[in-house]
Structure formats: structure tokens, C-alpha cells
Design a protein around this ligand. Structure first.
Ligand code: ADP
Ligand code: MG
Ligand code: MG
Length: 493
């Protein structure tokens, strides 16, 4: 929270940025010209709104926070006003959602493709290797997932020079903030309405965001497909409370339980027919809010739990195959020529997907590695990790690539190289810990989507709202939970 990247608002600073951005034509970035007194009112009102509407998260500074619900809450980090985004690229991102849903499902069924794509990575990355082991075991036992549920989030940045919408990554496990993102859209609409005369912005240009209710709907439909009288979701405590959970409990006659992986290992029982029991409850749907990072598996107990769940007939969101389909290595393999054609027939769909692919390379591409050593600022180096804070940028790309060359080990297979995307930098007000900071920022647009099918029957294939995240442009990484970014919404231009 005391990050030096954030500059507290002081009238002098506001003036400075004002002159710097005087010629900006984007309507929403005109707020440099706002009266500091108006900003203080916006800050106050938005903080009150956040507290009253549950735009809150656990406060890391309070010891009992996270273990005792309702204790130690702080507003979630958010942008004071929504971020401009061109309508055409917005529509493009929304249109891609059902196509990516279908792609993930098709890829997940091609076990050989997953195993082959990740075969070198397996040797270099112990975590991916463990996931692949579970995948192999399921294959050997002939395990089939008939009901498949995906709650994904595809993230994009808008490249300033080419105006191209380029995909950063596709998250297939534990896609975060479907609940809080809806609240930020509502907050911004409310502020725009309340200050219509001062701001001159139209709240209707903020697209409706129903991510949370659509995710809840998908979970409920999965439960119905499983055909059991209860909806039981397995979950672990998380710093940000999950609104999609509360939504389920409020609007559907369902039971939800939250368990850690270790608790599932201790309490879970698998019946011969594949039914998973926790206590005396049959588990119909498992919704992972953790399990995507090595830190989530501190002992063998957690791995046993993951395998137990995978063996069960419960609907898993995600299955091990869906999880592996979301790895960075698979993203890079899918971007190779003629690979999408293996999974999709529709040529227009293939063209749409390909158009949003940025440059992606394996480290056995010696020309690209050579170029990345010479011009590291144009690349991002990514390991097979999730949750932010793991990528390598700038001069560290060069150093790491040189080190890997000298060592000549298999470790290079743990990474992929990606073209670095440079979005437009705009002055923004960022709210964190009750303090408003003004800084130059860039944004990343995430589009949520839900996919549910039972054998040949596609029950749901939809775009489900969005997540805008804004971060100071001098920061490489983008996670909200990791402390780099704030939650934001879209203002269509
Ligand atoms: P994770 O699964 O950990 O979220 P990401 O691929 O999303 O991994 O990378 C984390 C962050 O790094 C992104 O949110 C984004 O801010 C930044 N980033 C990732 N790829 C690129 C890229 N190609 N160009 C610019 N920034 C990137
Ligand atoms: Mg991710
Ligand atoms: Mg990401």
C-alpha cells in the first residue's frame, strides 16, 4: 500500500499532470482538469458506496481478517472513474468468448495434444509435471468427463500502435473477481449519474456487468445436470470474499460448503460408483478458488485431494484437462500455424481467434531467443504460473536467456516468450487503502465466459460480463490481489 509507484493526490501534482496531458482527446481522460475539491467529493462518496455495497476485501493488516468473516475489511482497490475503451474492440472481445469456450472444450478432449505440448515442460517444471501425472492416471483408468463446466476469463490488452486487441492469456481455473467487477461497474454508474453535471459523462456507456449472476447460473445448471438434491461447492478461504457464492445461496435453494484441499483429503470419501462424499453430503459440483499455484499444495495431502476429486463423478470447475488447457505453454502451441484447425472447423472463428493472438514462441526457437537477448524490452518471458508476479521483463529477460544458454539445461522448457504489448498510457485516479493516487496507468480487459455441456448437449456457451483492471504503467505485473492493479470498469468510446 505504501508503494512508491502510487503518488498521493496533492494539488500541485494534479496541476503538473494537467499541463502534461492538455491535448488529450479522450473524453474520460479529461479528468486532470477536475477541481481537486470535486475529486475529494468523488473519493468520499465512492468510499461510502464501496462500504455499503460490499466492494470490500479482507485487510491484510488485520490479523483475524480472512479467518473471521466481517472482521478487518477494507474497500477493494478501484479506479475512481471508468476507463475509456473503444466500442469496436469491446465487441470483438465479447464475440471471442463463446469461440474460446468451444476451443477449450475441444482441446481438453485431446489428451495426446495436451501431453505432447507439455512433454518438455514436464521435465522442467515440477508443478506442471504433477498436474500431468493426474491427467495421465485418469487416461489410464479410462475416466471420462461427461458434464464439463468452464468458468473462464480471457484477458486482453489493446496495443496502442496497431490498435489491435491482443490476448494476454486465458484463465481456466479460479478466474477471479466476477463479483467485485460487477460492483465496480455499478459504483461507476452511480458516480457518473450523481455527478452528471460536473463530469459530463453518460453512465449508459458503461456496459452492464452480470458476470456474477451468470457464473452462479452456470454453477446451478451444472448441479442440475448432475441431478442431485444439493449443490456443494468446494472452496478455500480467499482474501476477497466470493460474491458468486453468496449469490448462489441467496437465489437458489442450494447448499454450499467451503473446504481447503487438506480438509478434502481428510474428509473426502470416494464411493465405488465415483460419488464424492464430504461428511454425509454428496458433492455435485467442485468450484476451485485455489489449486492453481504450487503454494496451494504444501504437502502430499493437497495432491491426494486433487486426485480424489478428479477421480470422482462430481462436476469439476475445472477438470484437470481444462486446467492444463489454460497453461501458457498450451496457449503458445495453439498459436502455431495450423493448430487451431485441428480443433475447430469454422474458418471465420479460426480467423477471429488468430487475429487476437500476439507473438508467442517456445525457447527452442533460436532466432527469437537471439532477438529477445538483443531487444528484451519487446518481450515478456513467462513460466507456467498463475496469479501474477511470475513473469520476467526487460533486462532480466536478457539475463535469464543468457543464463539458460550457458547452462544448457532443460529449464528453458519451463518458459515461453511473448511479444510485449504496449497499451495507451492515461492519467488515472487509483483508490487503495482509502487514499486516492494519481498516476499514469494502463488497462487490461478480461472477458468472463461460461461453458456447460453434458455429452453432446451444449447447455450454456456465453460471454458473462467483464473485468477491467488498471495498473500504474511503470509496473510490469497486473494482479489486483497481488497489489499491482485496481479494479475498474469500461467506458465505451
Ligand atoms: P498470470 O496468469 O500470472 O496472470 P499473465 O500472463 O496474465 O499471467 O501475466 C501477468 C501480467 O503481466 C498481466 O496481467 C499483464 O499486466 C502483464 N503481461 C503479461 N503478458 C504481457 C504482454 N505480452 N505484454 C505486456 N504485459 C503483459
Ligand atoms: Mg492467469
Ligand atoms: Mg493474468
Amino acid at each position: 500500500s505504501s508503494s512508491p509507484l502510487f503518488l498521493p493526490i496533492q494539488s500541485g501534482r494534479v496541476e503538473e499532470i494537467k499541463t502534461q496531458y492538455h491535448n488529450s482527446t479522450k473524453p474520460i481522460s479529461d479528468f486532470h482538469s477536475f477541481d481537486p475539491e470535486l475529486i475529494q467529493r468523488l473519493v468520499y462518496d465512492s468510499l461510502v458506496w464501496s462500504s455499503l455495497h460490499g466492494l470490500v476485501a479482507g485487510d491484510k493488516n488485520v490479523q483475524r481478517s480472512g479467518t473471521v468473516p466481517g472482521v478487518g475489511m477494507v474497500h477493494a482497490p478501484f479506479a475512481l472513474l471508468p476507463m475509456s475503451f473503444p466500442e469496436r474492440q469491446w465487441r470483438q472481445a465479447c464475440e471471442l468468448a463463446p469461440i474460446f469456450n468451444e476451443l477449450v472444450d475441444r482441446v481438453s478432449l485431446d489428451a495426446n495434444f495436451l501431453q505432447e505440448s507439455l512433454s518438455r515442460t514436464k521435465k522442467a517444471d515440477a508443478f506442471t509435471s504433477r498436474l500431468l501425472d493426474i491427467h495421465s492416471k485418469m487416461l489410464e483408468s479410462g475416466k471420462k468427463e461427461e458434464i464439463r463446466l468452464g468458468l473462464h476469463r480471457s484477458d486482453y490488452m489493446l496495443d496502442e500502435q496497431t490498435k489491435l486487441l491482443l490476448q494476454i492469456e486465458l484463465n481456466t481455473i479460479s478466474s477471479s473477481f466476477p463479483g467485485l467487477s460487477c460492483l465496480v461497474s455499478e459504483l461507476h454508474r452511480s458516480i457518473l449519474n450523481q455527478y452528471k453535471e460536473h463530469l459530463g459523462l453518460d453512465s449508459r456507456r458503461i456496459p452492464g456487468n452480470t458476470a456474477v449472476s451468470q457464473f452462479a447460473e452456470a454453477l446451478t445448471k451444472a448441479w442440475k445436470e448432475y441431478n442431485n438434491p444439493r449443490l456443494d461447492l468446494i472452496d478455500v478461504p480467499y482474501l476477497f470474499y466470493d460474491n458468486e457464492f453468496t449469490k448462489l445461496c441467496n437465489t437458489h435453494d442450494v447448499t454450499t460448503i467451503r473446504k481447503t484441499l487438506a480438509e478434502i483429503d481428510a474428509q473426502g470419501v470416494l464411493l465405488p460408483d465415483g460419488t464424492l462424499l464430504i461428511g454425509n453430503q454428496v458433492i455435485a459440483v467442485i468450484y476451485f478458488r485455489a489449486g492453481y499455484a504450487p503454494i496451494d499444495y504444501p504437502s502430499e495431502s493437497e495432491w491426494r485431494a486433487r486426485e480424489l476429486m478428479e477421480q470422482s463423478s462430481a462436476v469439476k470447475c475445472p477438470s484437470i484437462s481444462y486446467h492444463l488447457t489454460g497453461t501458457k505453454k498450451v496457449q503458445q502451441e495453439l498459436a502455431k500455424p495450423n493448430v487451431l484447425e485441428r480443433f475447430l472447423e469454422n474458418k471465420e472463428d479460426i480467423a477471429k481467434l488468430r487475429k487476437c493472438f500476439a507473438g508467442l514462441w517456445s525457447l527452442d526457437d533460436s532466432n527469437t531467443v537471439k532477438d529477445a537477448i538483443e531487444r528484451p524490452e519487446f518481450y515478456v518471458m513467462k513460466p507456467q504460473r498463475e496469479g501474477g508476479g511470475n513473469n520476467i521483463y526487460g533486462d532480466d529477460v536478457r539475463k535469464t536467456l543468457l543464463r539458460l544458454q550457458v547452462e544448457g539445461s532443460e529449464e528453458d522448457a519451463a518458459y515461453i516468450l511473448m511479444q510485449r504489448i504496449f497499451p495507451t498510457i492515461v492519467p488515472t485516479f487509483l483508490m487503495r487503502d482509502g487514499i486516492c493516487h494519481k498516476d499514469h496507468a494502463i488497462s487490461e480487459l478480461g472477458i468472463y465466459s461460461a461453458y456447460l455441456r453434458n455429452k453432446e448437449n451444449v447447455i450454456m456457451n456465453e460471454q458473462c460480463g467483464y473485468l477491467m483492471r488498471t495498473k500504474v504503467s511503470s509496473s510490469n505485473e497486473g494482479g489486483v490481489a497481488a497489489g499491482f492493479a485496481v479494479l475498474d470498469s469500461v467506458y465505451l468510446t
